[in-house]
Design a binder for this molecule. Structure first.
Ligand SMILES: [Cu+2]
Length: 70
């Protein structure tokens, strides 16, 4: 159960700063208290203090990206 509030996704179609900004914006709109950390080169999105994994993945998918568990 440790770090249960930290989610990590690999988003292979996140290719640039625009993508990162779009994903960050979508997550923060859904979860205003979340902390979003993005590494574009690694195609990695780490999210703290948001919803459960499936719900957060749905938010990213609705923005047009394809998150997989990382
Ligand atoms: Cu982009």
């Amino acid at each position: 159960m440790s770090n249960a509030n930290i989610l990590a996704f690999t988003v292979s179609d996140m290719t640039c700063g625009h993508c990162a900004k779009a994903i960050t914006g979508a997550v923060l709109t859904a979860y205003p208290a979340a902390k979003v950390d993005i590494d574009i080169a690694a195609k990695r999105v780490t999210i703290e203090n948001a919803g459960d994994r499936a719900a957060v993945a749905s938010v990213i998918e609705a923005e047009g990206y394809s998150p997989v568990d990382a």
